[in-house]
Write a protein that binds this ligand. Structure first.
Ligand SMILES: *Cc1c(COP(=O)(O)O)cnc(C)c1O
Length: 382
């Protein structure tokens, strides 16, 4: 058994990045300014996006996007239940109703097939999730969006660097990325909205800063529109230059991070091949580049002699940390009580929600760490 606890994720911050952050701290300008502008340009270039606007988190970006689309009372938003709570919560906060689409059992992603039957006259947006670093089957979803006129907002929190059929996520459509410390690239906290729709991006950019249409740097340093007035009431969701400096450094290492994650993922798959109790996710059956954000496995409850939570405890006792991505949102208290969701409504989501766990995966992990995890898994299964 390993002596030191292995967390399921740990950010990799370089001395150069610490230096870049210190430089901002010494510069006299801490909030949104030149570093954010540089980060927006660099991230848009990386994705091939027409434009990008930096925000305080992916949740903030999604809030602005849904608000910019006018999601409000009486509306419905189709999204998975197998996701982080951000989008369903935002839909509730906007007074609308989340409508949950089931996911594929082995990729944990929605598809046109599961989304289309849920479309009604009230559907205001479709927000699918690129899961664990793999891309959605985008072409049919985009076609559905075009045919129905219902906007598609991609939750790309796991998908910085992901590619689908030769195209990087973020290049086309409107995509929201996260820079939370567990994500593939971090800014401490932060997010980015990329869009090929300049008008939508402008509305999101205004909403992220009080609805003024300019930011603090524009107002105070550039002398641009210091008299700006509220065009539409907005939020306070801008990113700081302190965070952007870290994000810029991380972005320059994102491809190296993904390459190391891919090695670790392959090593896990090889070493777990003789552990039939754990079933990893499948890769999507189309050309793609996987960002290997999470290594998710499903526990065979009949063979394991333990439920998922007990199994996670056994790994923890062996100094191996794990995560759950995710608990089904529709069965959490607010959703059960407010909308009356019951077990049985989303079979693939619920089947996975009882069985999934994420094993440690981060770029600074060693091959020996993987061996330790696999040994702990085998012991825990005995
Ligand atoms: C992490 C995550 C988010 C939220 O990202 P924040 O930057 O923490 O707001 C949204 N959706 C998914 C699928 C996530 O995993």
């Amino acid at each position: 058994m390993r002596n030191e606890f292995l967390p399921f994720s740990r950010p990799d911050v370089s001395e150069d990045e610490i230096g870049a952050v210190a430089e901002v701290l010494r510069s006299g300008w801490l909030t949104t300014g030149p570093k954010c502008a540089e980060f927006e340009r660099a991230f848009a270039d990386y994705c091939g996006a027409r434009g990008a606007t930096a925000v305080a988190s992916a949740t903030a970006g999604l809030h602005c996007a849904l608000r910019a689309l006018g999601v409000g009372p009486g509306d419905e938003v189709v999204t998975p239940s197998m996701t982080w709570v951000s989008v369903p919560n935002l839909v509730c906060l906007l007074g609308a109703k989340p409508v949950f689409a089931d996911v594929d059992r082995d990729t944990l992603m929605v598809s046109r097939k599961t989304v289309e039957p849920l479309i009604t006259g009230r559907t205001k947006a479709i927000v699918p999730v690129h899961f664990a670093g793999a891309p959605l089957d985008l072409a049919p979803l985009r076609e559905l969006s075009l045919q129905t006129g219902i906007p598609l907002i991609e939750d790309a929190a796991h998908a910085a660097g992901t590619e689908c059929e030769g195209e990087r996520i973020g290049k086309t459509g409107t995509c929201v990325f996260s820079f939370h410390p567990i994500k593939n690239l971090t800014a401490g906290e932060g997010g980015m909205v990329c869009s090929d729709d300049p008008e939508l991006l402008e509305r999101i950019g205004a909403l992220k800063f009080h609805g003024l249409g300019v930011d603090a740097f524009d107002r105070q340093t550039q002398g641009r529109a210091p008299q700006a007035e509220v065009l539409v009431p907005g939020f306070k969701y801008n990113l700081t230059d302190v965070a952007a400096a870290l994000g810029l450094g991380q972005l320059s290492r994102l491809d190296a991070f993904i390459a190391r994650r891919a090695e670790l993922d392959a090593l896990y798959r090889k070493r777990l091949a003789d552990v039939p109790e754990l079933l990893p996710l499948s890769d999507p059956p189309r050309a793609h580049r996987h960002a290997r954000h999470l290594f998710v496995v499903r526990l065979d409850l009949d063979r394991a002699g333990a439920n998922r939570d007990e199994f996670m405890e056994k790994l923890k006792a062996r100094n191996v940390g794990t995560g759950i991505h995710f608990r089904a949102v529709h069965l959490q208290r607010h959703y059960r009580e407010t909308f009356g969701f019951r077990p049985g409504s989303l079979p693939n989501t619920e089947w996975n929600a009882e069985r999934i766990l994420s094993l440690p995966l981060f770029p600074a992990m060693t091959d020996d760490d993987v061996a330790d995890v696999v040994e702990a898994v085998k012991e825990a299964l005995q």
